[in-house]
Write a protein that binds this ligand. Structure first.
Ligand SMILES: [Zn+2]
Length: 359
């Protein structure tokens, strides 16, 4: 109720605003494209994780649906061990590393840069090549009206009208010198997440996995400037009343900064699905894990939660021990010591999640 009052009040005062910005997901203030760069720097300097604020058009149109419609879609039992273990045995650390190396070799993947535009198109091509033998898999570029970088959407068609989503952002940013001109390799943030998505996809294809439900992979544009790609897509899916069993966010996977290998973010996420992920880690990934709180809209999972979907975000470290190089020119593959072992954990978790939820 409080949220609705705030939205109506805000909207009535600033009905003409071009864009709306919120640091907490509740209170919105008007903003413009031009002023966003300054706000990004302000936010990134106070928060180490991605995003830190959200930007959207017309927040009054956002749906905040009850989760009731999804309750009967859940089956968090773990009973597909043979299929999962076969998939996990195919995960290749070298492939994960090589992908990170390549995807962080653009000067930047900033959402307005020509390199950032190219990176999205190259990724769509890469995913198309990986899945070229499968007529049930479709890859498309999702065009955004307000900026040139596309999101990439891949769908493996199942036999039901229900969907499982795994996603991560493809853009990068250098908050010390934001813009199209600066160097923003984004190796950990988030070439490492897109690498996990790509290796997960490759393994599903190699093992000829035919899902029961539709499995959708999304590489979001423009996360670093206010979750803009994911907010647009999640809102579209909400308006279409898409049935979504769950959403998994993969953002930052190859930095081993904490005593726990995987940290499940417990705010703006779904506690039941988080528990399911914890059980999957114990059963299949066999690494230590813990919960932690971001305290703000720290990645694209927020876009799904805000639109009434079930979402989770397994992070690579405790929030206070996050990779100190992200959002700088030093988020490079060089600091990874030629290894992608940490990203392997996230690939295994992704495969276990998709297969065990696909019932
Ligand atoms: Zn990120």
């Amino acid at each position: 109720m409080f949220k609705i009052i705030i939205l109506i009040f805000t909207v009535s005062i600033y009905a003409q605003a071009e864009l709306w910005l919120s640091y907490d997901g509740v209170n919105f203030e008007p903003t413009t494209e031009e002023s966003l760069g300054k706000r990004a720097v302000k936010s990134h300097n106070t928060n180490t994780y991605c995003g830190g604020f959200i930007v959207m058009e017309r927040p009054e149109h956002f749906l905040n649906k009850s989760l009731d419609q999804f309750f009967n879609l859940q089956n968090y039992t773990i009973n597909r061990e043979a299929v999962v273990k076969d998939a996990l045995s195919r995960v290749q650390e070298r492939r994960l590393y090589k992908f990170i190396e390549k995807f962080s070799s653009y000067k930047t993947r900033y959402y307005k840069s020509s390199d950032g535009v190219r990176a999205a198109k190259d990724l769509a091509k890469n995913w198309s090549e990986i899945t070229s033998t499968r007529s049930d898999i479709n890859v498309s570029l999702y065009k955004h009206r307000k900026w040139p970088q596309d999101s990439v959407v891949l769908e493996i068609k199942g036999r039901t009208n229900q969907n499982i989503i795994i996603g991560g952002h493809l853009d990068s940013i250098n908050t010390n010198d934001e813009g199209v001109h600066s160097h923003a390799p984004g190796a950990d943030d988030n070439a490492s997440g897109i690498s996990v998505l790509t290796e997960t996809l490759r393994v599903l294809v190699e093992s000829n996995y035919q899902p029961k439900n539709n499995i959708i992979f999304i590489a979001y544009a423009a996360e670093e400037v206010g979750l803009r790609g994911s907010l647009e897509i999640a809102q579209k899916y909400a308006k279409e009343n898409k049935l979504i069993k769950g959403v998994l966010q993969i953002d930052g996977t190859n930095y081993n900064g904490s005593s726990k290998k995987i940290v499940l973010i417990n705010d703006h996420t779904n506690s039941k699905q988080n528990k399911f992920l914890g059980n999957l880690i114990d059963r299949y990934v066999n690494v230590s894990w813990a919960y932690d709180t971001c305290g703000y809209a720290c990645s694209d999972h927020y876009a799904w939660t805000y639109n009434g979907f079930i979402a989770s975000f397994p992070a690579e470290a405790y929030v206070k021990e996050e990779n100190p190089f992200i959002h700088t020119e030093n988020d490079t593959v060089e600091v990874m010591n030629n290894r992608a072992n940490h990203a392997v954990y996230f690939t295994k978790l992704s495969l276990a999640y998709l297969i065990e939820l696909d019932k």
